[in-house]
Design a protein. Sequence first.
Length: 109
Amino acid sequence: MSTLKMRMIFTLVACVSLMSGPILADELFDQGKDVFQQLAQPSCTICHTLNDAGSSGEIGPKLDDLKPTVEQVANAVSGGVGIMPAFEEILSAEQIKAVAHYVSTASRQ
């Protein structure tokens, strides 16, 4: 195989790799938003304010002000905090990862 063909293949693979990262991140964001707004029961929107979700709950912290990390959200969702129930047995690990990514990202926009 010629050097030119090898460079073209490498460039194509690199471009595809770079483009798939944001696409996958957006999918995770969208999945997390769905968990936040609809799948978690009770819905996160009942208690939490998060501008991106259009929610204005007054029971839990205002997530736009708190700006929690992915790890903080995952821990809170899994084990509960204060009066917030644990969702570890209600949501899958993938759903918890998605909602943690969503809240952390959306609260920083």
